[in-house]
Write a protein that binds this ligand. Sequence first.
Ligand code: ADP
Ligand code: MG
Length: 232
Amino acid sequence: MIQIEHVNKVYKTGDVETAALKDINLTIQDGAFVVILGPSGSGKSTLLNVISGLDTVTSGKITFDDTVLTDLSPEQMTTFRREHLGFIFQQYNLLQNLTVHENVQIGADLTKDPLPIDELLEQVGLSTSHDKYPYQLSGGEQQRVSVARSLAKNPAIVFCDEPTGSLDEDNSKKVLELLERLNEAYHKTVVVITHNTGISEMADDVIKMNSGRIVELTHNETRIAARDIPWG
Ligand SMILES: Nc1ncnc2c1ncn2[C@@H]1O[C@H](COP(=O)(O)OP(=O)(O)O)[C@@H](O)[C@H]1O
Ligand SMILES: [Mg+2]
């Protein structure tokens, strides 16, 4: 479980201060599928970055099970992130001079207890593409490689910042189905930032943000399958 208590984040650029997060209070349950919605600039990425330790808070407390993340040193946070957290971004961030298999190997190398790469590639539908390079793949296929890479270290929680932001409907749904399976079959906690309100229908919990605040928290009693969500 992740607990976020009275978290504030202020960015300072020269004389300009931007309050990107204002008194955020939130609990993310183990195994939940959480969607964060909100207009551009509302603080979604900042929230994800401070929860996952990619950025520091200005004030407030974040706890992950028994670990107070906001008390960790930068080195301790890096180790924690490497061992427990997976990331998927809008940009696939694959290394262009490495093959599909080698890119996923990078994820596996981050941990003592990685998942088998061949199985992961089969799950993301790329078992015939082991030896291809990123430029030989479509955007959707590249994003599925980055999903496999983030899963290789068997993270407890996967953070996704606009994972379908560069994909068409068909490829988006393939990536969302992977996240859904990860959540349902492997009980991983999944946190997804999106602009697409349709995606919120596959979530347990929907967090709406505006101007650095949580303006609405909704719980869906029933979830819609990724393949059935309305698009556009
Ligand atoms: N590194 C940064 N330095 C200064 N301001 C930032 C930085 N990152 C984000 N901001 C500002 O914080 C606010 C929230 O940004 P962000 O979390 O990226 O929003 P979203 O992901 O919802 O589009 C915006 O006003 C943005 O300009
Ligand atoms: Mg963002």
